[in-house]
Structure formats: structure tokens, C-alpha cells
Write a protein that binds this ligand. Structure first.
Ligand SMILES: NC(=O)c1ccc[n+]([C@@H]2O[C@H](COP(=O)([O-])OP(=O)(O)OC[C@H]3O[C@@H](n4cnc5c(N)ncnc54)[C@H](OP(=O)(O)O)[C@@H]3O)[C@@H](O)[C@H]2O)c1
Length: 357
């Protein structure tokens, strides 16, 4: 199917979110017309940053109220669009019938539009690496697009792994629907752990990665599940991946692409990195606390070795887009500075340092 024309019209669901906000801004930067979908257009907390973007005053950016729980709410919005970036979360992931239903709401609106030729479905690396059994990484340590979690593991239930399962349901629902329809294609983007600048104060509590950095600034942090390192992508590069996939002439319906830089910083290094990158701030680096029960703590070395044995690959996204992934330090620095300036976070500082805000 056709990529979207340069300067064409693209609808973005979840525009007020961390990733959707950057997809919206980067589309505008590149000359597109953008229909930003949010649940409440009149909510100043969530939409003021969108209304301050270049393009809003002229009408190149328009805001639209849509809750994907309501069938038909995207019908009018998608009509006339060339592309859709379906970035938003859904209301819940532990109910597979619900996930299928909201996918169908969007699919029906795409089908009715008669104009949309490509949909980018925002999935997650959870759809690649969320395993019920960590030993699966020993058996299959290469983390790339054709790798799926062990879907036959009996411990992979909607209760425990609903997010990962819901993302795979969405990927398949959109690809199957596009194939049946024949006039549009669905390309899935699987972002990793997004770090980078927030654009609006409300985004500090979302994420979760920027929220985790906020907690580090406030002087509190703990180990990640099973001592997993962060597998990062800068949120701005993630947005470029989404747009690159909209524009690519090389992608095909049903394919998915992982958006990550392949950096894998450990939590301790991220915490310490704030003071290393911004020594003038005087951040009082917190001790990383370990909340795990003893049976997990005893296996720390084993878990860390498993993660170190994993090989992260981003060949495919780099081959179909022109994205140059930023180094993690840049994402961390810009995230911290945005938390201070946009969200007015008051960091815990070493003796002798005072807040500049
Ligand atoms: N952040 C990450 O590191 C990460 C990593 C992998 C994948 N992802 C995926 O990327 C997407 C965006 O993540 P994010 O971090 O940008 O999330 P976010 O900041 O929490 O934003 C998500 C947006 O989803 C919208 N939303 C939630 N339920 C909705 C509904 N029923 N109808 C319409 N909109 C709804 C919200 O819209 P309103 O603000 O208008 O209420 C919200 O702005 C998600 O699909 C997530 O699974 C994120």
C-alpha cells in the first residue's frame, strides 16, 4: 500500500501523551497536517502544550475529542487523513475481548475513511520480550522483530501478561483487517523504554520511565524487575521511527519494527548519571534500594548474567528509516532538564547546593 504523502494529513491518537506528543510535534516540524486526538479537548492540563505548538494557530494542527471506548468516534476524524498513528493506550489490558473491541473501533473508522493508506500501531517491546520464564532468554537471546514471547507458556495469562498479550492482539487485529480490506496497511512499531524530554507537566507522572527519573531526582529509587537493565529509546527518536514508518516505501502490511537504540544502562548507572551529566545541579544520588524477597535477591548474579547475554538488534528499523538513535546520556540529560523546567520538580540536592527555581 502507499506511504503517506509528504505534507499529508495524519491523525494521532494519544496526542496528549509522552510519545504521542512528540509524534505530533515532529509531524508538524516536517510539514504535515495533524489531527491530534485527545479525550478532552478542553482540559488545559493535558492540551495547552498542544495548543502552543506551531501549526495550531493557523489550523494545520487541529484537536479532536475521541475516546476509543466509543464506537464510531474516529469516523469523522479519519475521513480525509492519509495516515493514522495509533499511539494511545487503551483503558485496560487484562480483558482481551475489550482490547479486540477497541481495535475494531479504530479499524472500522479506518475502513470507512476511504482515504487512509497506512496505520502505524504503537505496540511495545513487551510484545517481544515479556516472558513468563526468564530462562527463555537463555534459549533465545537475540531480541529482534521475529522474536515473540513464549505464547504457549501456561503462566502467560491475561492477568499477569495482559499488556504484552494485548499488544500482540492489536498487532494481529490491525494486520488481518488491513489484509481483508486491501486499501491500507498496518505497520507495528514496538518502542522500548522511552526516555527524553517531557513537553507538559502532566507527562511527568506517565511513562513510566520519566516518572522513574523523577523519583530518582526526588531521592528514591529501586531495582527493576529481575534486575533488568533499561532498554532505551529517546522519545524524540521513537517519534521519528513512527514517522519514518509512515513514509517508508519498503515496509509491508503485518511487519513490525522495534524502536530502540540498543543501549542497556543499569538502574544504578542511570541514578548516578544525573550527577555525572549535570554536576552543577548537585543532585544527591540516592542509594538504589532492592525491594525483592530473598529468593529473588539470591539470584541477582544469575539474572544479571541472563540480561547481559541478550543481544538487542535494531537493524530493521534502521534499514527502512533514517533514524539515528541518540546516546542514552542525551536522553537522560534532556529528561532531567525538562522535569526541572517544565514540571518544576524539586530535586534532592547535596549539602551546599540550592534549587535554582
Ligand atoms: N512510554 C514508554 O516507554 C512506552 C514503551 C513501549 C510502548 N509504549 C506504548 O506507547 C503508547 C504511548 O505511551 P505513552 O508513554 O506516551 O503513554 P501516556 O503518556 O500515558 O499517554 C497515553 C495516552 O493514551 C490516551 N488514552 C488512554 N486511554 C484512552 C482511551 N480509552 N481513549 C483514547 N485515548 C486514551 C491518553 O489520552 P488523554 O491524555 O487524552 O486522556 C494518554 O494521553 C502506548 O500505547 C504504550 O503502550 C510506551
Amino acid at each position: 500500500m502507499a506511504p503517506v504523502p509528504k505534507g499529508g494529513t495524519v491523525a494521532v491518537t494519544g496526542s496528549a501523551g509522552f510519545i504521542g506528543g512528540w509524534v505530533t510535534r515532529r509531524l508538524l516540524d516536517k510539514g504535515y497536517r495533524v489531527r491530534a486526538c485527545v479525550r478532552d479537548v478542553e482540559d488545559p492540563v493535558r492540551t495547552t502544550f498542544l495548543k502552543e505548538m506551531p501549526g495550531y494557530a493557523s489550523g494545520r494542527l487541529t484537536l479532536h475529542a475521541a475516546d476509543l471506548d466509543n464506537a464510531g468516534c474516529f469516523d469523522a476524524i479519519f475521513t480525509g487523513c492519509h495516515g493514522v498513528c495509533h499511539v494511545s493506550h487503551v483503558s485496560k489490558y487484562d480483558d482481551q475481548d475489550y482490547v479486540k473491541m477497541v481495535c475494531d473501533h479504530i479499524i472500522d473508522s479506518v475502513n470507512k475513511s476511504g482515504t487512509v493508506s497506512r496505520v502505524i500501531v504503537t505496540s511495545s517491546i513487551a510484545a517481544v520480550i515479556s516472558e513468563a520464564d526468564i530462562q527463555e532468554f537463555v534459549r533465545r537471546p537475540v531480541l529482534y522483530e521475529d522474536r515473540y514471547p513464549d505464547e504457549h507458556n501456561p503462566r502467560r495469562t491475561a492477568e499477569r501478561q495482559g499488556y504484552s498479550m494485548g499488544k500482540i492482539i492489536a498487532q494481529r487485529s490491525f494486520s488481518d483487517a488491513a489484509e481483508r480490506n486491501g486499501t491500507w496497511d498496518a505497520i507495528t512499531c514496538c518502542p522500548a523504554d522511552n526516555v527524553g524530554p517531557i513537553q507538559s507537566a502532566h507527562q511527568k507522572d506517565m511513562g513510566p520511565w520519566q516518572h522513574n527519573i523523577e523519583m530518582m531526582l526526588l531521592g528514591e529509587y529501586h531495582q527493576n524487575g529481575a534486575y533488568r537493565p533499561w532498554m532505551t529509546v529517546d522519545v524524540r527518536d521513537d517519534a521519528e521511527c513512527h514517522i519514518g514508518l509512515l513514509e517508508s516505501v519498503d515496509v509491508k502490511n503485518g511487519e513490525r519494527y522495534i524502536a530502540w537504540s540498543t543501549d542497556t544502562p543499569n538502574v544504578e548507572d542511570i541514578c548516578a548519571g544525573i550527577d555525572r551529566l549535570l554536576p552543577e545541579l548537585g543532585h544527591d544520588t540516592p542509594e538504589v534500594t532492592d525491594p525483592f524477597p530473598d529468593r529473588i535477591k539470591e539470584r541477582e548474579a544469575e539474572f544479571r548474567a541472563i540480561w547481559e547475554g541478550c543481544e538487542l538488534r535494531n537493524d530493521r528499523i534502521r534499514s527502512v528509516t533514517s533514524v539515528n538513535f541518540r546516546p542514552f546520556d542525551e536522553s537522560l540529560r534532556d529528561c532531567v532538564e525538562s522535569l526541572l523546567t517544565v514540571a518544576k520538580v524539586q530535586p534532592k540536592l547535596k549539602p551546599g547546593f540550592t534549587s535554582r527555581l
